[in-house]
Design a protein around this ligand. Structure first.
Ligand SMILES: [Zn+2]
Ligand SMILES: [Zn+2]
Length: 349
């Protein structure tokens, strides 16, 4: 069947519109999903404000959204194991499965990857903030009907954080320090604890997210809005084995390099601006640091879904507001206000 959807479509900086989008016939191997819920991500907000994120530039209208879940309404030919009526968490990544990176198990680095709601490729792959959207069967992970769509949608950011912690290596009994207390920072904190971290410190420049981090179980919170004295003080008392940079700022990376112990590991998760950035790179050598990037996720997506279903991680603790998809433009403004919002989730109605 052909159909049409209403989709939160970005036309340029701060120009997000709900637009009708025709959907053609469903392709073989694909399923059509009715939107259940979608988390607004930091990268969605970057796109919203600047029509770009990092090195990815929006050059034609882009439907945002890559943290989505919903109900299957139609099955394309050749699809097995899924049926209309199934509730699914939708992995936004479409990996080729055959390139060198895929074959070595690093699917997030797939040379032919398509990622929903991303301008990394042209034409852009449209996102999931749409009342109906199509996905491959491989993208869909079935979830129990009792699970809220909002919780299922948050498998995506949880997978990002599971991957970041995996990149850090052994966490058991280690101390971690984390720069940036947004949703990814907070979920990384929970994942680090799940992996056995003995202590996690959280650093930010805003009071509200730090208070939230404390309620979620941060062992130390440090506000560096007035300078980094508190951070220097903490680093003098505590030796941090791993630093996670989640703020996506050169200052955050500089602090991560300064704050981690000699021989420690720094994981860059935050999406820094493209181009050259000033960072104290020599300390990577003199402290013999392992500086690692962490980009999206691979097999962690399925693990994230099972952790949410089993209650191993309560992602709903991060949700500060739910708004209908039709109100996406207003919901983005709310999400951008860090004094009021941690995670804003769009819902079907
Ligand atoms: Zn995201
Ligand atoms: Zn591949």
């Amino acid at each position: 069947m052909t159909a049409s959807a209403f989709a939160a479509t970005l036309y340029g900086p701060e120009d997000l519109r709900m637009v009708e989008r025709p959907l053609g016939l469903l392709d073989p191997g694909m399923v059509r999903v009715r939107f259940g819920a979608g988390g607004i991500c930091g990268s969605d907000m970057h796109y919203y404000r600047h029509a770009r994120t990092g090195d990815f530039v929006v050059t034609s209208p882009l439907v945002l959204g890559h943290e989505v879940a919903g109900e299957i309404v139609e099955i394309g030919s050749g699809v097995t194991g899924l049926a209309a009526g199934d509730h699914v968490a939708v992995n936004p990544s479409r990996w080729c499965g055959t390139c060198v990176r895929c074959r070595e198990g690093r699917e997030n680095l797939c040379e032919n990857i398509y990622f929903m709601g991303s301008a990394s490729k042209t034409p852009h792959m449209q996102g999931g903030f749409a009342s109906l959207f199509d996905a491959t069967a491989a993208q869909c992970v079935k979830v129990p009907k009792e699970l809220s769509f909002a919780a299922a949608a948050l498998a995506e950011p949880l997978a990002v954080c599971l991957h970041a912690v995996a990149r850090a290596g052994e966490m058991d009994g280690r101390r971690a320090i984390l720069f940036g207390a947004g949703p990814i920072g907070l979920l990384t904190m929970l994942c680090a604890k799940l992996a056995g971290a003995s202590e996690v410190a959280v650093v930010d420049i805003a009071a509200a997210p730090l208070a939230f981090a404390e309620r979620l179980g941060a062992d130390h919170v440090v506000d560096v809005s007035g300078g980094d004295e508190g951070l220097r003080d903490l680093s003098a008392r505590r030796s941090f084995d791993v630093a996670f940079e989640v703020s996506g700022t050169p200052a955050g990376l500089a602090s991560a390099i300064a704050g981690v112990r000699r021989g420690g590991t720094v994981v860059q998760i935050g999406n820094l601006a493209g181009g050259m950035l000033p960072v104290p790179a020599n300390a990577v050598m003199s402290k013999e640091l392992d500086l690692k990037g962490s980009f999206r996720f691979g097999a962690e997506y399925a693990r994230a879904v099972s952790l949410i279903v089993s209650g191993g991680v309560d992602v709903m603790k991060l949700v500060t507001a739910e708004r209908p998809l039709a109100d996406a433009p207003e919901a983005f403004l709310l999400a951008l206000d860090r004094s009021r919002s941690v995670k804003v989730v769009l819902t079907a109605s």
